[in-house]
Design a protein around this ligand. Structure first.
Ligand SMILES: [Zn+2]
Ligand SMILES: [Zn+2]
Ligand SMILES: [Zn+2]
Length: 363
């Protein structure tokens, strides 16, 4: 595929038409640089979105015959997006000056109500405040997201959800002697309606059996657990990297697209301490050990998942022959001690788990 769009053709396009336009080309070779990273990242990808004000995008070479991946010519800048004018409220549509604190520093918003709005935006429209216990402002936005699923939606830095997920990542980084890496990007994973329906049906069955709500717990004893896996592509690295790659062996893309699949058990390691199950951990630093990149990236990926734990059977010794939870239980809680340094949670059915957030952190 040859580059057919030159740098000159891209000049003069406003930030807004850029933010919403999809450059109609395949396999562009571009470089990008994000705030906080040094050096350039060079990537080849299909869909190029530029909407993040922190990013600078470049087309590599202005020669129309430059092949993707070829190194020739110099960097040709085609657009630089700068941060929004400092001192302007970041709430959608607001152009008022930001609040000035007593010590003379500037806030990000003009008022407390706009701060609240900015920190609770609907992840679909990024225009209205989300509803409590939902990522969306309205049924229309929730339906629109589900219709488009599977996909990922970026959670803005500073959003309450960004803080919530980051807090869990940091608090559960338990490996002594290491500090939790800085979280750079978080994406909400939107699963299709049918996939969520089968998860919720399973959760209801487990709840009916175990009556967890009556005991003051969540329905089905649902908990959020980490999972680290292999990433072959640059999925999650930024605006241009929100489409799944086509590889059947890119575990990250496969899980985000179609959730976990016991049918693939053992493909990577060949065995599991607690048998043929889906493994997660409450310890982010343990799941980090399983997160691998087969791409060049300044970031690593980890998944935060919702898991129906139900009644968990506590085990401290390996039992590699398990293909279902022990009689009377819904899952296995492999506890610290015995053969394990950190906890693991094992479920034995695909419908007991769905990926919920993709968290990108400093490698
Ligand atoms: Zn404002
Ligand atoms: Zn909305
Ligand atoms: Zn991939």
């Amino acid at each position: 595929m040859k580059l057919s769009l030159t740098a000159a053709a891209l000049t003069g396009i406003s930030v807004f038409s850029y933010a919403t336009c999809l450059v109609n080309a395949t396999a562009w070779v571009v470089g990008y640089q994000s705030a906080g990273y040094t050096g350039w990242n060079m990537r080849q990808y299909d869909d190029l979105y530029v909407g993040n004000p922190r990013e600078v995008a470049y087309i590599f070479g202005s020669n129309a015959n430059t092949l993707p991946g070829a190194v020739c010519g110099s960097w040709t800048e085609w657009y630089i997006i700068t941060n929004p004018a400092p001192g302007t409220c970041q709430a959608p549509g607001c152009l008022k000056p930001t609040h000035v604190n007593k010590d003379g520093t500037c806030g990000d918003y003009c008022s407390l109500s706009h701060k609240t709005l900015g920190e609770t935006l609907c992840l679909m429209c990024l225009a209205s405040a989300k509803q409590t216990n939902s990522h969306f402002c309205s049924k229309a936005c929730a339906d629109a997201a589900e219709m488009k699923g599977p996909m990922i939606l970026e959670v803005p830095v500073g959003h309450v959800t960004f803080r919530d997920v980051t807090d869990q990542f940091k608090a559960s980084w338990r490996h002594t002697g290491t500090k939790p890496p800085s979280v750079k990007r978080i994406y909400k994973i939107v699963s299709p309606q049918s996939s969520l329906a089968s998860y919720n049906a399973y959760k209801s069955t487990v709840e009916a059996r175990g009556q967890f709500v009556a005991a003051g717990r969540s329905a089905g004893n649902e908990n959020r657990r980490w999972h680290g896996t292999k990433r072959e592509c640059c999925f999650g690295d930024g605006k241009g990297f929100m489409q799944f790659c086509g590889s059947q062996t890119c575990s990250l893309c496969c899980i985000v697209r179609t959730s976990f699949d016991l049918g693939l058990f053992g493909k990577k390691t060949g065995w599991g301490r607690f048998g043929k199950g889906i493994y997660t951990s409450s310890t982010s630093s343990k799941s980090n050990d399983y997160s691998t990149n087969e791409c060049r990236s300044p970031l690593k990926a980890i998944l935060l998942n919702k898991v129906v734990v139900g009644k968990g059977c506590k085990l401290t010794q390996d039992n590699v022959a398990l293909t279902s939870p022990p009689q009377g239980y819904d899952s296995v809680l492999a506890e610290k001690g015995g053969s394990l340094n950190y906890d693991e949670l094992v479920v034995y059915t695909n419908d007991a788990i769905r990926p919920s957030f993709l968290v990108m952190y400093e490698a």
